[in-house]
Design a protein around this ligand. Structure first.
Ligand code: FES
Length: 107
């Protein structure tokens, strides 16, 4: 497991997202209902980053992760695409856990 050194998981609010780069991986971190989710910041449609604005990965209703490029919507809990050009595909998800107040990811 690898520590995300730039993320303080408990400083994140519910339904807050942020980005992190670790070992060359651009990651999306989401806190929701006191769980943390970590995804590769790469749309399965074209393999490009999901966001235009730093740390901004949720749709207006804050129900889904969104690709800002063409509007694909991904479930927060498993990265499954429910709408858009890559429907049925998933964001690459990494296992993660909180240990000693730090967020660790299995890259
Ligand atoms: S690049 Fe993400 S929906 Fe097209």
């Amino acid at each position: 497991m690898t520590v995300l050194p730039d993320i303080d998981p408990y400083a994140m609010h519910d339904l807050e997202t942020c980005s992190s780069v670790v070992q060359g991986h651009e990651l999306v971190v989401l806190r929701r209902d006191d769980r943390w989710y970590v995804y590769l910041n790469s749309c399965p449609h074209l393999g490009i980053p999901l966001n235009f604005i730093a740390d901004d990965f949720l749709d207006l209703d804050r129900q889904y992760l969104i690709c800002a490029n063409h509007g694909a919507l991904f479930r927060c809990e498993d990265g499954y695409c429910v709408s858009g050009p890559c429907v049925g595909q998933r964001l690459r998800q990494f296992d993660s856990e909180i240990r000693d107040g730090r967020l660790l990811v299995d890259l």
